[in-house]
Every structure is written in C-alpha cells, then in structure tokens.
Design a protein around this ligand. Structure first.
Ligand SMILES: [Fe+2]
Length: 248
C-alpha cells in the first residue's frame, strides 16, 4: 500500500508499545492486552496512559542531502528531526491527556491539540513519501493514468503545476497545498489547508508543505522559487500509486 492517511494512522495506532529489556513473556502478555482493547478498554487506557509513545517519527526513505540542490540538507534535517518530531511528541502528549481525561469538557479542550499535532504528524508522513531524489526518478512523470488524469482535468501538466503553485503561494500564513482526488466527481482538484489541517474533503495525492520552516533557510521569502523547485523532486510514482488506490 502506498502512502495514505489511513496507512499512516493504522501503522502507528496498531503498533504495540516497545518494551526494551522486558521479558518476552511479559511483552507478549501486554501485547495481548493491547490487542484485546475492545474487551478490556479500561486496562488498555491505563497502560497507554502510563506508556504512551504510540506515534513515532518515520524514517525518511532517502538521505537528508538527497534532494539537493532543490531542498537543502539543512532544511531536511531540521524539518524532519525537529519540526516533525515536535508534532509527534505533541500528539502523544495530547492522546495521553485524552486517555486520562475524565469529563467531556476535558476531552473537548484537547481537540485543538489533537488536530494540530495529529495533522502535523500525518501531513508530514505523507510529505516525505511524496518527495524523491532526482536520480531515483524524482520529478519525472511518465506516461500513465496520473498523467492522463492531470491532462484531462487541468489541460496539461504544466498548466496543473502553474495553478497548483498559484493556489499554494496564495495561502495566508502557514498551510499546505494539495492535489487531491474527488471521489464524487471522479476528478483531480487543487486544494489548500491552513495550519496543519489535514486534507479531509479529498483523497490526498500530492501535498506540499508551505510553512516557512520548509523553505525559508534556502529560499527566504520567495515562496514561488521554492514551489517551482519542488517539482524537480516530486515522487510522481508515489502520487500515481495514491491516485490508483483512490480510484479503485
Ligand atoms: Fe513542515
């Protein structure tokens, strides 16, 4: 399965806690407890609350310097190890607090933190996968169903990129630019989301981070240069995989 919000969420949510140094028998017992959470919700909540580290920073599928000169090693390293890690930490903390919360008002008060950090985690998890080094076909869109659909829905691939860049550059403040698939109309659409809001109205095909931390150290205030450059390292193979899954 290629990258999707569901794939990212399932991979981390279903992963039992790592119990380094614990006996295999005890680890097995706790894993069973975790799996049976539908039958033993209170015990599982207690365990998760005390050992909450369910979400982890995914490894990049390439080296930090592999996207140069289009995205610098410095940006990639900071973006991945500092910014994404902060969302992971924030999500784990919010989920731990949610598991401990005893009232509806306490749960409602955590919604903002869950949305911001959860969105940050899953958006970035998709983002790393939709980039690829040039020598691994980054930026190359071969003949196939995605290219056909882009030409059908936007007139041409270049026309799509121009409209995508214009919409994404127009975001006020921080956010994300998206190519998404509309299951109702069965067409590709360009969309934007603010802050770390995930794309919920469409199935994400390509997401581009337009927070300043994604480009400022290299492109300063010139968002358009960053947006023009990133097409050189877009992983269209991954995008086409997401497209094909969305259109099943
Ligand atoms: Fe980011």
């Amino acid at each position: 399965m290629c990258g999707s919000y569901d794939a990212v969420g399932a991979a981390v949510r279903r992963r039992p806690p790592q119990l380094a140094g614990w006996s295999s028998a005890l680890t097995g017992t706790i894993t069973m407890l975790y799996i049976r959470n539908a039958l033993r919700p209170s015990l599982t909540r207690m365990f998760v609350a005390r050992n909450a580290s369910l979400h982890t920073l995914p490894e990049l599928p390439y080296a930090y310097n592999a996207l140069e000169p289009h995205i610098s090693e410095q940006i990639m390293k900071l973006h991945h190890t500092k910014h994404h890690q902060t969302y992971v930490n924030g999500l784990n903390a919010a989920e731990e607090a949610y598991a401990k919360s005893k009232s509806v008002t306490e749960k409602i008060a955590l919604q903002s933190a869950l949305k911001f950090n959860g969105g940050g985690h899953i958006n970035h998890s998709l983002f790393w996968k939709n980039l690829s080094p040039v020598n691994e076909n980054g930026g190359k869109l071969f003949e196939g169903p995605l290219k056909d659909a882009l030409e059908r829905d936007f007139g041409s691939v270049d026309g799509f990129k121009k409209r995508f860049n214009a919409a994404t550059a127009g975001i006020q403040g921080s956010g994300w630019g998206w190519l998404g698939y509309n299951r109702d109309t069965q067409k590709l659409e360009i969309a934007t989301t603010a802050n770390q809001d995930p794309l919920m109205s469409l199935t994400p095909i390509i997401g581009v981070d337009i927070w300043e931390h994604a480009f400022y150290l290299q492109y300063y205030n010139v968002k358009v240069d960053y947006l023009n450059a990133i097409w050189n390292v877009i992983n269209f193979k991954e995008a086409e995989c997401r497209f094909l899954e969305a259109t099943k």
